[in-house]
Ligand binder design. Sequence first.
Ligand code: FAD
Ligand code: NAI
Length: 466
Amino acid sequence: MPSHDLVVIGTGPGGYVCAIRAAQLGMNVAVVEKRATYGGTCLNVGCIPSKALLHASELFDEAGHGFKAFGIEVPAPVLNLPQMLKHKQETVDANVQGVAFLFKKNKITAYRGTGKILAAGKVEVTADDGSKQTLDTKSIVIATGSDVAQLPGVTIDEKIVVSSTGALELAAVPKKLVVIGAGVIGLELGSVWRRLGAEVTVVEFLDRILPGMDLEVAKQAQRLLGRQGIEFKLATKVTGVETSASGAVVSVEPVAGGDKQTIAADIVLVATGRRPYTDGLGLEEAGVVTERGRVIIDDHFATNVPGIYAIGDVVRGPMLAHKGEDEGIAVAEILAGQHGHVNYDVIPAVVYTYPEIASVGKTEEELKSAGIAYKVGKFPFTANGRARANRTTEGFVKVIADATTDRVLGVHILGAGAGEMIHEGVVLMEFTGSSEDLARSCHAHPTMSEAVKEAALAVEGRAIHI
Ligand code: FAD
Ligand code: NAI
């Protein structure tokens, strides 16, 4: 029977990073993956392909609408969708092959097949041909991720009614796309197909988009996305979707009650969240406790069964790749006798629309409901020289600091490149920095990042350029 120090089940960002860190620390590590390629949801059907299409579609949109003002006259761009999808696939292939290379480099044994926990220390792997083998191991890390949450009464066929996976490979631009859910997937993939020419309507149950994000940022983002032609139906629930050979009819009604309405669509994207995935993992038989599908862990990623740990989308916390990666590193270090740790107060979140929406730490709403007194500094990109030069003046930076100590509690950015700029806030908050620290850090001119410094200056009412 093959024997290892650690068997990681699942090779998404949580699992593969955990395996590499454990191998670096001298463990004999194996991974088990049932998908044909490594990298999990993120690399195969999530973060990476969606960003490949977001970037390509943004360029297409710019070529169509954005160049003229810079004095660049080009004929209307022509979409070559198969080539755009090829670019996406090449990006995915390069990334998943990169993980395979890293496994080899770190001498990690990879087993292709479905992993099932027989008991602490024993993982059964069933290959595609049905053959089985059992691995002996000191520790097991569950990193089996998440899957699309089904919407009651709506059947996803990945042709007309699609999940994010189907929406990443539509063979033609839909004339009309209805997106159910104004969360991250709905806005990102809605943006891709809107830019490529689809009429897009987003139906959201709540009275706002992007629940959990700072409300002021979300409202402004909705206005900007609306200007790009995305229609929002908020406080509206979907009561059914009927499909035919030619498309779908989506029935909706106001959450508060009122007239029912139908919307015809070629494609319907269901983007109402994801659920932890533990199907066939044998958790019940092995005695591992779950709650509403999530594997329950303590502060050290340990489940209730000694020797079995869990990380990533399958446990509590935001379903984000980098959160899973950091948990993977932390649990590997704990298994090696070190003090691995994740600071859950400082996990950035980025929505890769145009403009990008990025956030770290607390929102104003969270601080209000926790009764914490705070100060806010804001700075709009309209007053930033580089933003003017780039014609990227939409949006603003908001820095929130503790009213008494000045410690920065949250940074929220709506703007081009927000997903890069947010890391100023991340590093500052990791070192418990104050808005004064940020305001006194020299920022290169002319950069969009100067708006971050100005927002920090604005906390004490001394921004220079506004
Ligand atoms: P996963 O990536 O889901 O990997 C789990 C792996 O385990 C899978 O490969 C699965 O095949 C395997 N597995 C499951 N059960 C078994 C078993 N029994 N035996 C063997 N293998 C098994 N997050 C971001 O941070 N940034 C983004 O830009 C972003 N974009 C996204 C876009 C989309 C369209 C989607 C759907 C998600 C996106 N996410 C993004 C979320 C991100 O993909 C997840 O948070 C991340 O993949 C979770 O990592 P994980 O390792 O926990 O699980
Ligand atoms: P989400 O949780 O972000 O958004 C789901 C939205 O659907 C919410 O606004 C919710 O109120 C709404 N909703 C739920 N039920 C509904 C109903 N019946 N009718 C109408 N609206 C309804 O989930 P999403 O967008 O599916 O993404 C899943 C996960 O993937 C998220 O947790 C996210 O963290 C991750 N992800 C991250 C990305 C990033 O970091 N850039 C990109 C894409 C996904």
